[in-house]
Design a protein around this ligand. Structure first.
Ligand SMILES: [Fe+2]
Length: 129
């Protein structure tokens, strides 16, 4: 399934997701919003890349655990949300707050072909490799 585009306003910080594309530009604060390009890397070498663990129909996503320590979850620097995208079109997202664990567990009907994205307030959007 194609992932939905996420945009951020560089003026006010608003973040939106486009569920159905329309006009080419999305305007906020009088200027086009910036498309958040999903970054990716090997999860074993980059703390932002979602690490997917599957056990039966339970899917657990960890952020940063591969580097030995979880991603920070402070007021200044935290993972805002973790989501999974299933091949049959389901989207599941958990919103996090500073102080939470940078981790989410989801139950799905069929874990085959699952991908994951997360959004760090400082380092942007990351996609599972
Ligand atoms: Fe970060």
């Amino acid at each position: 399934m194609k992932q939905k585009n996420i945009y951020k306003c560089s003026v006010c910080g608003k973040i939106i997701e486009i569920l159905n594309p329309g006009a080419e530009k999305t305007i906020c604060c009088g200027q086009p919003m910036d498309l958040q390009e999903g970054q990716t890397a090997d999860w074993q070498g980059e703390k932002h890349v979602p690490k997917i663990s599957i056990e039966g129909n339970k899917v657990t996503i960890d952020i940063g655990i591969s580097m030995g320590t979880p991603h920070p979850m402070t007021e200044e620097h935290w993972i805002m949300w973790i989501e999974i995208i299933c091949k049959n079109g389901c989207y599941k997202r958990k919103f996090l707050n500073p102080g939470d664990e940078p981790k989410a567990t989801f139950v799905v009907a069929d874990p085959e072909g699952i991908s994951s994205r997360e959004y760090c307030n400082m380092h942007g959007l990351w996609i599972s490799s």
